[in-house]
Design a protein around this ligand. Structure first.
Ligand code: SF4
Length: 369
């Protein structure tokens, strides 16, 4: 048995008071990390990335503009790679403006395979935690788990993985902060050949006391045929394997139709450019021209341009949906427009429904999925 985290219990039994549910929120996926040697199954991330102080200034200013208008800066998601394996980890954490940026957000989220050599991983975790300790915010760590090796009980992998997890055991106690640790894996077609999604959830709950989440990394690829195929596979799989009894075991905020919709301003900032981030199982950092928000002549990004872009996208999507027989008469169309699914379908010339809509729920609370 590995290290036990208590994210599962918190997410199943905890309640989220209404006053803590923001009516409008800003979430930014900030591609500040560079380089990753992990080669995880199903990964389509371009790991080469350079950020500059100018990028930090840009996001800091834009975030402040949202906050000044009363929009909660909720989550700063550091991407695109494993934070503890990134080549520029120290450069980023030592940057004074980075400190100011995370201060603006309620939560800092990052991903790690937890496979970096033990001593180096420990040094990096301690350094990051030391920097975060003064702030009253929550942390979310997505631990990437290799499902095949986990099911095979590959001891070479698991012994190293479990030993490294000891480093983050009780960091919530150390920091006196809410720390959510979830397990995640990129979706790939053979993923559930040997184990059902419910069995996998139960195994991770038993072994780590945590929840498991599917990451749709394929949505970042460029091969439209493959994307359409995998969208259908993941949707069919969920519809076949998840029912009213098991749905609460699955960490699937996709089925909460309000999540990722109109009240969320989700943006991706990468290589000096800003994009609207569609929500498809997760906020997906796509970098297509159609999603790009252009800077003004002074090189800065403004909130009004974000709103304008979102309006343009909504109009274009309603127009395109009228050409799609399944979508034009669907009750969930406003939700799919708000999540930018129709734009995604247009880009990849997909005509059929891309989501598991029979599982959609209108009465889920955040604490229930
Ligand atoms: S993608 Fe599916 S759920 Fe969304 S509008 Fe089209 S048919 Fe409805």
């Amino acid at each position: 048995m590995g290290v036990q985290f208590d994210a599962y219990r918190k997410h199943v039994s905890g309640t989220k008071p209404l006053q803590f549910t923001p009516t409008l929120e800003l979430d930014i996926i900030f591609d500040a990390l560079d380089g990753c040697e992990m080669d995880c199954p199903g990964c389509f991330v371009n790991t080469k990335n350079k950020f500059t102080t100018h990028d930090l200034e840009n996001i800091h200013r834009l975030t402040q503009e949202f906050k000044d208008q009363g929009i909660e800066a909720n989550e700063l998601f550091l991407g695109p790679t494993d934070i503890f394996d990134a080549v520029n980890f120290d450069q980023l954490v030592d940057e004074p403006l980075f400190d100011k940026l995370i201060e603006q957000y309620a939560a800092l989220t990052f991903t790690s395979t937890m496979l970096t050599p033990y001593e180096e991983l420990k040094r990096r975790v301690d350094k990051l935690m030391g920097m975060m300790a003064p702030y009253g915010k929550r942390f979310e760590l997505f631990v990437v788990i290799d499902i095949d090796k986990y099911i095979d009980n590959d001891r070479t992998y698991l012994d190293h993985f479990d030993r490294n997890l000891e480093i983050i055991k009780n960091i919530d106690v150390r920091l006196k902060k809410q720390v959510n640790i979830f397990f995640i894996a990129n979706f790939y077609p053979e993923m559930f050949d040997r184990v059902s999604i419910d069995e996998l959830n139960m195994m991770i709950k038993r072994d780590y006391g945590s929840k498991f989440k599917i990451n749709p990394s394929f949505a970042r690829a460029t091969n439209s045929k493959m994307i359409e195929k995998q969208c259908k596979m993941i949707s069919d799989l969920l519809q076949n394997q998840v029912n009213d009894n098991t749905i609460r075991n699955v960490f699937l905020n996709m089925v909460d139709i309000y999540f990722g919709g109109d009240t969320f301003h989700a943006l991706t900032y990468t290589k000096g450019k800003l994009y609207v981030a569609p929500f498809l199982y997760e906020f997906v950092p796509l970098t297509t021209n159609e999603l790009e928000i252009k800077p003004q002549k002074d090189g800065r990004f403004y909130m009004s341009d974000v709103f304008r872009k979102k309006e343009e996208l909504a109009i274009e999507q309603y127009q395109h949906a009228m050409t799609l027989p399944h979508c034009s008469s669907c009750n969930f169309l406003p939700n799919c427009v708000a999540r930018n699914h129709i734009q995604f379908m247009k880009q990849h010339k997909i005509a059929n429904c891309v989501v598991p809509k029979p599982l959609y729920r209108t009465s889920f609370k955040a604490s229930e999925y």
